[in-house]
Design a protein around this ligand. Structure first.
Ligand SMILES: Cc1ncc(COP(=O)(O)O)c(C=O)c1O
Length: 400
């Protein structure tokens, strides 16, 4: 107890010097393995947050750890002034997931940066200045990424920085999307499943139809796979569930390097041909360390059976949750794909459940105030899923 008290004091002391942009739980983690994570007092948790969809291979994956250690012991950083072998390899590895197309890749350090680059490239390659994005979307915290984020709470107070030539459509509605298209629209940006918006899955066929409608307008389609990409839904990229959805630009980050900061903007040939030396850049983007981690992460995700297991674990999670939550009147919907699942709950039940689960050593996150969002490491086991479901069952009976 005395030791725990000391640690909490220590964490608080350090936080006094941090800018208060986050509401943090009073816990600090010291180590992890797979979907398990231990706090500084040695208490074990099952992690259904995975650093918000980042730790796709779980914690301390040996292949990822050894790739990072090997690379760090040789070279951590050089510069984009020079060739970076890992970067070229990671670009071609990403590009291979778009058969029949030659995607070119720009590397940065985060999802917001990946989107910022995508929006710049769209303007440069179309010569147009407008954007269309979805209500309830989230694309990041930099000025342009905020401008296309369809949740005003993220940009209110920063209006002078917000780009005005953006219109918002109702996610999932082709009619609404069409009504915002005109000859000034450089690109339409959308998530294949809205993550921060509360795990909103669009109707079947929406992404394919949207792709056609956007292209008919001479605009580009930017698909933001920052949260949904890298195997999260059981395909390398979530939009690939829908044949005929052919984005011109795809953005990736979070899971790409398994926890090492990285962002990537993948562009088709037409966009690539409009981008020239000096048009964009980044000091750190795609450095040897981050791209070594990206290569190791992709190697594991691409290994035989890995994505099939994500699909079957996702089904197991979905069915187990449906069974466990049957009769819980505060649950209005369970939705998602693969290992990206949202449980919509009435009132403040989602927050109450997150606290209840935390007390029982399970980490879950709440999105959009009312949705328990599950984004476990893609290596989560059935036994770990069973523990979560048992916690949901006991939560339901305690509320009766
Ligand atoms: C869909 C989407 N795009 C962009 C971002 C921003 O990514 P980052 O926080 O790495 O800048 C996020 C983060 O949650 C996201 O979910």
């Amino acid at each position: 107890m005395a030791q725990k008290y000391k640690i909490e004091q220590g964490v608080k002391g350090r936080q006094d010097s941090l800018l208060g942009v986050y509401r943090r739980k009073g816990v600090s983690f010291a180590s992890g393995k797979g979907a398990r994570i231990w706090d500084t007092s040695g208490r074990e948790y099952i992690d259904f947050v995975a650093g918000i969809a980042v730790n796709v291979l779980g914690h301390s994956n040996p292949k990822l750890v050894s790739a990072i250690c090997n690379q760090a012991s040789n070279l951590i950083h050089t510069s984009n002034l020079y060739e970076i072998e890992n970067q070229s390899q990671l670009a071609s590895r990403l590009s291979r997931h778009f058969p029949g197309r030659k995607m070119k890749v720009f590397f940065s350090n985060s999802g917001a940066e990946a989107n910022e680059a995508a929006l710049k490239f769209a303007v440069k390659s179309t010569g147009r200045g407008g954007f269309v994005s979805a209500n309830n979307s989230f694309h990041g915290r930099t000025a342009m990424a905020l401008s296309v984020t369809g949740q005003p709470k993220y940009w209110s107070g920063f209006e002078p920085l917000i780009y005005r030539n953006v219109e918002f459509f109702d996610y999932g509605s082709i009619e609404s999307l069409k009504s915002h298209l005109n000859r000034d629209v450089a690109a339409v940006i959308m998530e294949p499943i809205q993550g921060e918006g509360g795990v909103i899955v669009p109707p079947k066929g929406f992404l394919r139809e949207a792709s056609a409608v956007v292209h008919d307008n001479g605009s580009l389609l930017i698909v933001d796979e920052v949260q949904t990409g890298m195997g999260r839904t059981g395909r390398m990229f979530a939009h690939q569930w829908e044949q005929g959805c052919t984005p011109d630009i795809v953005t990736v980050a979070k899971g790409l390097a398994g926890g090492v900061p990285i962002g990537a903007t993948l562009v088709g040939e037409d966009v690539a041909s409009a981008i020239h030396e000096g048009d964009h850049g980044s000091t750190f983007g795609g450095n040897p360390l981050a791209t070594a981690a990206g290569l190791a992460t992709m190697e594991v995700i691409e290994s035989p059976g890995f994505l099939d297991r994500v699909i079957s674990r996702g089904q197991y999670l979905f069915h187990s949750l449906s069974d466990s939550l049957r009769g819980n009147e505060s649950v209005t919907e369970i939705r998602g794909k693969g290992l990206m699942v949202g449980i919509e709950m009435l009132g403040d039940s989602a927050k109450k459940f997150a606290d209840y689960a935390f007390e029982r050593n399970i980490l879950v996150n709440v999105a959009h105030d009312s949705v328990v969002r599950l984004l476990p490491p893609l290596v989560v086991t059935e036994e770990e899923i069973d523990s979560l479901c048992a916690t949901f069952r006991s939560f339901s009976s305690s509320a009766r």
